[in-house]
Design a protein around this ligand. Structure first.
Ligand SMILES: [Zn+2]
Length: 236
């Protein structure tokens, strides 16, 4: 009769295994996982865009520094040339040349001022874009962080629950015949996680198909009865 008692214990083992399976399914199917993946991708895309804009800003700042330096040199050149022109002491031909130099330098100063203004506009626009993208990035990282925390919390709750069920399994399994546990595991593997059912009202509790009184009578004589329909172990 000890074997029969063990067979009935399989139902308790099955209940624990099914509960663990459900918890594992819940663990890998958390809705936050999909949302975390999307949040991670969004934060990465915004981060890449931000890095690109920051790169452009650095390049523009350097170009602006250079253009401002060149403008200063041109302005100095124009001032010095103009001062020499006003100082006089040159013949008409030299004066004419110098006037042409001053005019050319002033024209170059004007062009350079334009170039500096364009770069200032570009820098201001990039400053704004970088600032906007930075705040987008912070928000995206915060959303990702919240989801990560929610997932960790859910996982830790689920893992603790699994650990409790595993502990109960460890207490239960030694009381069941080793061969029977092996049969159950094999049957569980072959039948989508459910290896054993209880016969209730002449019906298999695993596949829910009825057995005739004759079939039940035959099964009652077997050491390890199996449902004639689904072939799972049957506790009669
Ligand atoms: Zn069945």
């Amino acid at each position: 009769m000890n074997e029969f008692r063990s067979l009935a214990d399989l139902l308790d083992l099955q209940a624990l295994d099914s509960a663990i399976d459900r918890l594992l399914e819940e663990r890998s199917g958390l809705p936050e996982l999909e949302r975390f993946k999307a949040a991670h991708e969004e934060a990465a895309a915004i981060g890449a865009d931000l890095a690109r804009l920051e790169g452009e800003l650095t390049t523009t700042r350097r170009a602006l520094d250079k253009a401002e330096g060149e403008l200063e040199i041109l302005e100095q050149k124009a001032t010095v040339t103009e001062q020499r022109l006003y100082a006089g002491g040159m013949n008409a031909r030299e004066t004419e040349h110098m006037q042409a130099d001053v005019a050319m330098l002033k024209h170059q100063v004007g062009d350079q001022e334009e170039a500096v203004l364009v770069l200032i506009d570009q820098r201001e626009s990039l400053d704004e874009q970088v600032s906007g993208r930075s705040s987008d990035h912070e928000q995206a990282l915060a959303a990702k962080g919240e989801l990560e925390a929610a997932i960790k919390e859910a996982w830790s709750r689920i893992d603790a629950e699994i650990a409790r069920k595993e502990a109960r399994k460890s207490d239960l399994v030694p009381s069941i015949d080793d061969d029977l546990v092996a049969l159950y595991e094999k049957s569980r593997e072959a039948h989508a996680g459910v290896g054993v059912g209880a016969l209730e009202n002449e019906t298999c509790g695993a596949c829910h198909v009825g057995l005739s009184p004759r079939e039940v009578a035959v099964l009652k004589r077997e050491e390890f009865p199996r449902c004639v329909h689904c072939n799972r172990l049957l506790v009669i």
